[in-house]
Unconditional design. Structure first.
Ligand code: 5GP
Length: 119
């Protein structure tokens, strides 16, 4: 699947539309999900143009991968989530209901989250 540079997260990265920023570095941007599913619901996206984990895991450089995964952990750390815990979700493709075709990790926290899958 080719990268669509008009997807909503590409627009956020370009500053074309606003976001509620939580963390940013050279490799990644973290911001609050517009439709929070938990008291804490933050998205972490790489700055590079990767459709999904399938794309990123093959085509990203080692530096981009390291930078991105450090940013996921750093975002959770700065949000103070390490003591009580948090859940990471990266929906990939149709069966997982990936809506936005730019790789993103959801960080969910702030309450006991229940079973991993609702059904
Ligand atoms: P997916 O289903 O692709 O894993 O998750 C996409 C997520 O992006 C959803 O949780 C949705 O609420 C969030 N989202 C979609 N559009 C926007 C937006 O314009 N701003 C923000 N902050 N989140 C968005």
């Amino acid at each position: 699947m080719a990268y669509d540079s008009n997807n909503v997260f590409a627009m956020i990265l370009r500053g074309d539309i606003p976001c509620d920023k939580v963390y940013e570095d050279e490799f990644a941007l973290s911001f609050k999900d517009i439709n929070a599913q938990a008291p804490v619901h933050v998205l972490v996206i790489p700055k590079g143009e990767y459709v999904s984990m399938a794309d990123f895991s093959v085509n990203a450089s080692a530096e981009e991968m390291t930078g991105f995964f450090r940013a996921v952990g750093e975002t959770a750390r700065e949000l103070g989530l390490e003591d009580d815990g948090y859940r990471l979700i990266a929906n990939t493709g149709a069966n997982a209901h990936q809506e936005v075709p730019h790789l993103h990790f959801h960080i969910l926290a702030g309450r006991k989250l229940g079973p991993m899958l609702s059904r």
